[in-house]
Write a protein that binds this ligand. Sequence first.
Ligand code: GDP
Ligand code: IMO
Ligand code: MG
Length: 448
Amino acid sequence: MKRQLEHACVFGLGWGDEGKGKVVDLLCPGFDVVVRYNGGANAGHTVCAGGETFKLHLLPTGVLHENAVGVIGPGVVVDPLALIAEIDQLAARGIDVVPRLRVSDRAHVVLAYHKIEDQLSEKAAGEAGKIGTTSRGIGPCYADKMRRTPAVRMADLMDERDLAPRIRALVEAKQAAFRAVYGTDGGLAFDAVMSDVQTARSRISGVVCDTTAYLHEAMDSGRSLLFEGANGLLLDVDHGTYPFVTSSSTGPNGIGPGAGVPPTVVRRLIGVCKAYSTRVGSGPFVTELKDAVGDRIRERGKEYGTTTGRPRRCGWFDAVACRYSARIGGATDIALLHLDTLSEFEEIGVCVAYRCEGITLRTLPASLSQLEACQPVIEFLPGWSGDLSGVRHFAELPTNAREYIERIEALVGVPVSIAGVGPDRSQTLVRGELQRIVTPPEPVGSRE
Ligand code: GDP
Ligand code: IMO
Ligand code: MG
């Protein structure tokens, strides 16, 4: 029997890869439906349990739980080929997600030309100017959506009338635009796009539906929803370190537009962060450690991108940025992961303010050049030693680790309800009300 909780959201407080997949997986037993509302296959959410590791990009993490329905909402940009590949990979491991999957007919479709444009525009921007995107066509697809034409939604793919001429006109317009801007069409070909469209139609038509109506009916019948944010609030298109951001609303503020559910129904907002900071791709990073300490965090934390394999930039915990994100996202709880990674450091830095042109700042400036000029004001706390991977309760943590958590709570202004001491589902400490919904560990995807 499910322990019903208010509808909840798990979202990233940093620049992504905070461990959202792990937290969603942990909380899943308390929810009926897990909903992606933003981003696309740029996400890479890792779940480690029962000796197995899963990396999900488009599918909501909840589909690994046999009783959960996974919904991909209207705000997600869906690459049908990436989705099919993920469905097939899980099927090969004995998990059939199709009967429990719903994809919004309002969701925009990522096609080959979006991925080509992503690569062409990054190349044209050069090393200094590029965003360092995941090359998944995310920005170009959201740009087409906002321009309104020429955009393709799932509902359009499902409507066969004039489909081929519509796609042909679209491809020809993109080829001309690419040639004009980049001097090449990047190898874009109508036949290849049309073949992808037909594959999508034949493989995923059955899961495309009105997910907005589905979610409202689910709520009316007392079922609980868990919203799975992708990316992180510092990558949010409005609130992040623009222009080094992704193209969607990554925090709970994205739930309204991205799922068609009023944000007021979501009361529990769990912001996920690591006990230090990481960033993959370009852009300002005030607490970055470009030295042996940063390298040590990267090696201990295995900080390499889940989607692209790129080494992640590492630095001390940034309480200024975390408080900024937690306030925008309305975090009621913090999940603070990777405490184990910080073991054996003699002292641990926490950024409590920024210094910029002689001024002390306690929030993020909008100006990119100002943010890039900021120096961190670092407070050092004593570190702790020992292997934390077997710790299961907050009270068992070394005193200095508990004091580190208390300092973060005070600086950010939100309680730490979940802490991570290793990648596995079982290596998670939970306290307070959230404990009610965390069931004893069971193997991922355990099926009859
Ligand atoms: P997401 O995108 O927010 O879901 O995060 P990712 O899955 O991209 O990256 C988080 C990484 O940290 C994954 O490799 C997780 O397995 C790992 N991880 C999560 N929590 C912990 C933790 O508490 N300790 C350690 N050592 N690894 C963790
Ligand atoms: P999850 O959900 C880490 C970053 C990219 C790049 C910028 C724009 O796994 O936390 P995009 O391809 O979205 O146009 O890239 O955003 N980025 C992420 N970094 N984790 C993610 O997702 C990310 N999604 C986008 O590296 O800097
Ligand atoms: Mg990730």
